[in-house]
Design a binder for this molecule. Sequence first.
Ligand SMILES: Cc1cc2nc3c(=O)[nH]c(=O)nc-3n(C[C@H](O)[C@H](O)[C@H](O)COP(=O)(O)OP(=O)(O)OC[C@H]3O[C@@H](n4cnc5c(N)ncnc54)[C@H](O)[C@@H]3O)c2cc1C
Length: 314
Amino acid sequence: MTAQEQQDEYADIRDAVAKLCAQFPGEYWRKLDREMAYPSAFVDALTQAGYLSVLIPEEYGGAGLKLSAAAAILEEIQRAGCNGGGCHAQMYTMGTLLRHGSDEQKAKWLPKIASGELRLQAFGVTEPTSGTDTSSLKTFARRDGHDGYIVNGQKIWTSRAEYSDLMILLARTTPKEQAAKRTDGLSVFIVDMKAAKGNGLSISPIRTMMNHSTTEVFFTDMKVPAENLIGEEGKGFRYILSGMNAERILIASECVGDAKWFIAKASAYAKERARFSHLFSPIMLGAMADGDGRFLLTLVEEIEPRRRIVGRTE
Ligand SMILES: Cc1cc2nc3c(=O)[nH]c(=O)nc-3n(C[C@H](O)[C@H](O)[C@H](O)COP(=O)(O)OP(=O)(O)OC[C@H]3O[C@@H](n4cnc5c(N)ncnc54)[C@H](O)[C@@H]3O)c2cc1C
């Protein structure tokens, strides 16, 4: 399928997303930014329209669409000047549960995530002393009899943790020195954050330059039932990577949408902005060899190949 065909395949979805986004203009986002507030109304609207559950199979209440459909939705959100960063994780973190969770876990959580009753927005991997070096993370989940695990440690840059009901958590269950491979001995859990808050889980927001609702998360003897372990104990690194692959593709599609939005804004500005008795746009078009005109044209030329790379995904 060509990129054009793929774009057309989702034309209806793109139109509908654009209409929804039109209800959330720049002033809405600027106000949130000033107040460092979470875009609850926007996230609720996306949830009710079913966009955050497009990747969840129909049997669990989602639309059962391909990753390229989710990419089209996020691209369109950013193209409209909105921000999917408040909720995009729900699309890809869910994949860890969908691909590696048990039938019972999927039946328990996925319908509630699809309906919006529960938000799965938090993804706890990064720690202060381990970012890209994931296998060195220190948060430890110790098996406590047959009931479950006791978790101790800390995460950082955990986006949206204050606004999520569930977290996909990566923790060590075997010390790195005792694991056969450095990527062994890590396990994934689904944490019921509502139950854990005040019972071993605390969240501390971090003030950042951009409004991304990011936090530090602390675990102090937090209990996680054994039934919340996803897949096999010790195999979590592989499960997390499969979710991250989707994350990279979806965030790349947001970047394509951002590029389209910025170019539309810049070209509109150039058409109305006059200096020295001239509009900017003819000056920019006439000055293709250098300066801003060249930059803008380069951006336009670069978008489509990038969109094609993102759109090639299934
Ligand atoms: C907007 C945003 C949202 C995020 N949300 C989440 C979230 O929800 N959950 C979560 O778990 N994390 C989140 N993160 C954290 C993100 O995943 C980490 O920032 C990322 O894994 C990199 O880790 P780090 O910042 O510790 O960088 P580092 O690991 O310190 O790496 C910094 C740079 O150094 C390079 N590098 C690393 N090791 C070496 C070496 N030995 N020699 C040379 N170069 C090296 C890396 O490639 C990288 O370019 C978020 C980050 C951002 C920016």
